[in-house]
Design a binder for this molecule. Structure first.
Ligand code: PMP
Length: 304
């Protein structure tokens, strides 16, 4: 049985977990009309820090803007809620989940429903499984494509988008793979079910552009920044599927997945079939932020 944390922030205050309920006719439940974030809090030598809290909240409010989901609280109230929910549950490291959704207030698609807002926090280890940050995962190209840009905007992190992610992730799991990679509607590489993708060929780090049906990930931006800082060339460009088979190294990244190497795609080994040196250097720089080994020159670490 899942062990739930004790407290959750819901519509303005901390409550007991079991009391944070919604009506079965809430709009968001029927139509996917929610926006959310995934944020991590890390334990560091100088205490717990929330990683890029401001950037995550900015994206949450922009996602809400896309769908005209009115946000009843200003950003600083949600920032405080994020801190409070980690502290209230006595957590030192955590995954945080702010969510805002159209609540009960009408049954039509365009109904103006009041917005419910919640922030949960719980302990969550490596998203794609124990040990995968070191060993890597076996991935497959999904039979499902990502949404086309003129259908559902992939840059807004909305609940409805994650129907696509569930199809990709569940197909991969059913077939025995660690994760699925989707092509964009163009037929070019997009991203993982819940992760952005980096593909290293001949020392150059490539990643699909935001126009490839991806979520413009905050970890993706972190990786691009750290990689450039380490002196690597990072190129955002359209990539055909075979790049996955030509690659020397591939890794996925996201708040939940952190930096997860790929050891194979579609049963074909990536490079030597184990995590490579550039992936390792980026992991070291990334996790170094939380171990006090990488200087945070970007103001990404927000003390709890
Ligand atoms: N793509 C998708 C579809 C995602 O859901 C996520 C986040 N879970 C990412 C990429 C990575 O985004 P971030 O680094 O901001 O967590």
């Amino acid at each position: 049985m899942t062990q739930y944390p004790e407290h959750i922030w819901h519509n303005g205050s901390l409550k007991a977990w079991r009391d944070a309920t919604v009506h079965v006719m809430a709009h968001g439940l029927h139509y996917g009309s929610s926006v959310f974030e995934g944020i991590r809090c890390y334990e560091t030598p100088s205490g717990p820090v929330i990683f890029r809290l401001g950037d995550h909240l900015k994206r949450l409010y922009l996602s809400a803007k896309v769908y005209d989901i009115g946000m009843p609280y200003p950003e600083d109230v949600l920032a405080a809620a994020c801190r409070d929910v980690v502290k209230a549950n006595g957590l030192r490291s955590a995954y945080l989940r702010p969510v805002a959704f159209r609540g009960l207030g009408g049954f039509g698609l365009s109904a103006d429903c009041p917005t419910d807002v919640a922030v949960a926090a719980w302990e969550w280890g490596p998203y794609l499984g124990a040990g995968v940050l070191e060993s890597g995962i076996d991935a497959m190209v999904s039979s499902w494509q990502r949404v086309a840009p003129n259908t559902i905007p992939s840059g807004a992190k909305a609940g409805g988008n994650y129907l696509s992610g569930q199809l990709i992730a569940r197909e991969a799991r059913r077939l025995g793979f660690g994760e699925g990679i989707a092509m964009a509607s163009t037929g070019l590489i997009s991203e993982g079910a819940g992760e952005n993708l980096f593909i290293i060929v001949d020392g150059v780090i490539n990643t699909p552009p935001v126009s490839a049906g991806i979520l413009n990930g905050i970890t993706r931006h972190t990786v691009i920044t750290l990689a450039a800082d380490l002196g690597y060339t990072v190129v955002e460009r359209d990539l055909p599927r075979e790049t996955l088979y030509f690659a020397d190294e591939i890794f996925m990244c996201g708040t939940a997945a952190e930096i997860t190497p790929l050891r194979s795609v579609d049963g074909k080994p990536v490079g030597a079939g184990k995590p490579g040196p550039i992936t390792h250097a980026i992991q070291e720089a990334f996790f170094g932020l939380f171990r006090g080994k990488t200087d945070d020159r970007w103001g990404w670490l927000d003390p709890l």
